[in-house]
Design a protein around this ligand. Structure first.
Ligand SMILES: Cc1ncc(COP(=O)(O)O)c(C=O)c1O
Length: 378
């Protein structure tokens, strides 16, 4: 649903524009009539449908993607003094969740083609430290990280793998969807994501013990098989999803395949038309299914190109201009001094252009025209 009152008068091309079906109103009405607003059957139904989509045995809904990551790390027994290896090139929440769990995020560099954790650099870090308990790869921009190599490393070193799939609903590797590769995975349903619940998140897992502990952590630490409603066995939180969010999520999940197809079509349109320009377009490695949460190009002219697009009313965005370990909030983190040249290079050159499913034919034509004009006038 676009925020503008008359879309015909608005020629801007937004970086995100969630499409909400009118059936959401009916679903919300029935959730309201049912009366269980904070949790309850609507949330359980959404969990079971999302888990089925990811083909995992369990799914536990949460209030957002960050709380999903925090609760999952707690359920995986991460504690003070532990270290978890993650990427410096992500939204800050990926590493923040490790800190919230009391552990230290340790950064390994990325592969510059895929923008995801480079297993070889993870191996380098593992050789240097003996306090690492897990890996937290991020499926950035809608492309899965190198899960085979990372899971192999985790097996060798007896580590857990927690997938940050907050940007990758429906991404797959050799036919398997993200969400089931590691010990657990977390998704965000923030409005800019491939599907939304307003605010919301979910943890998917095949491990029953992890699902039970996540459900406990998100609900004030209640006993898994509690004898009574007020039997609390650990320090938990209120990270629950509301029934209203779940009602939106159930409608969005039905449309996720269509949304992702549309994103892929828009990406293919850009791939074809930008191929001969002096810039890098996104990579989709063999066997991978990219769901283009973002369509991110890379060029040394990034800032001037972004200005040109802005002049034509096209939103282009930089995800992310400052790698996590270089953020001010990380100055006191012991691993903030790491030299990670490929993450730094990505931060200096990436630019994401609109690829969302609500783009019109005109919208994507304007994006291409502006990028082509920019380079032809150089
Ligand atoms: C990679 C990644 N991890 C974690 C999060 C956190 O999700 P949320 O904003 O729902 O807390 C986001 C959301 O932007 C994200 O993109």
């Amino acid at each position: 649903m676009s925020e503008t009152t008359d879309p015909d008068l608005d020629d801007s091309v937004r970086i995100a524009d969630p499409s909400i079906d009118t059936d959401v109103i009916d679903r919300i009405e029935s959730a309201l009539e049912e009366g269980a607003l904070a949790d309850g059957p609507e949330v359980r139904a959404f969990e079971s449908e999302f888990g089925a989509y990811c083909r995992t045995d369990h799914a536990v809904a949460t209030s957002n993607g960050t709380t999903a990551l925090h609760a999952a790390l707690e359920a995986l027994d991460v504690e003070d003094g532990d270290a978890v290896i993650t990427t410096p090139f992500s939204f800050v929440a990926s590493a923040n969740a490790i800190r919230l769990a009391g552990a230290t995020p340790v950064f390994a560099d990325i592969d510059l083609e895929t923008y995801t954790l480079d297993p070889a650099d993870v191996e380098r870090v593992l050789a240097e430290r003996d306090d690492v308990v897990g890996l937290l790869p991020v499926h950035l921009y809608g492309l899965a990280a190198d899960v085979s190599a990372l899971c192999e490393l985790a097996d060798e070193h007896d580590l857990f793998v927690l997938e940050d799939a907050c940007q990758a609903h429906g991404a797959a590797v050799r036919g398997d969807r993200v969400g089931g590769f590691g010990d657990a995975a977390c998704f965000s349903f923030y409005p800019t994501k491939n599907m939304t619940t307003g605010e919301g998140g979910i943890v998917t897992t095949d491990r029953e013990d992890v699902a039970e502990r996540v459900a406990s952590y998100v609900n004030h630490g209640r006993a898994e098989n509690g004898t009574g409603d007020y039997d609390h066995v650990r320090l938990g939180h209120n990270y629950r999803m509301t029934a209203l969010a779940a009602a939106i999520g159930r409608s969005q999940l039905e449309r996720l395949p269509e949304f992702n197809e549309r994103r892929r079509e828009n990406a293919a349109y850009y791939d074809d038309r930008l191929a001969d320009l002096p810039l890098e377009t996104p990579t989709e490695p063999d066997g991978y299914r990219h769901v283009y949460h973002q369509y991110t190009i890379r060029t040394d002219d990034r800032d001037a190109l972004a200005d040109g697009l802005a002049a034509r009313n096209v939103d282009a965005a930089i995800y992310y201009e400052t790698p996590i370990h270089r953020q001010s909030a990380y100055e006191t983190v012991s691993t903030a001094a790491a030299e990670l040249p490929r993450a730094q290079r990505a931060a200096e050159t990436v630019l994401s252009v609109p690829v969302h499913p609500a783009l019109s034919e005109r919208d994507r034509r304007v994006v291409v025209e502006e990028i082509c004009d920019y380079f032809h006038n150089q």
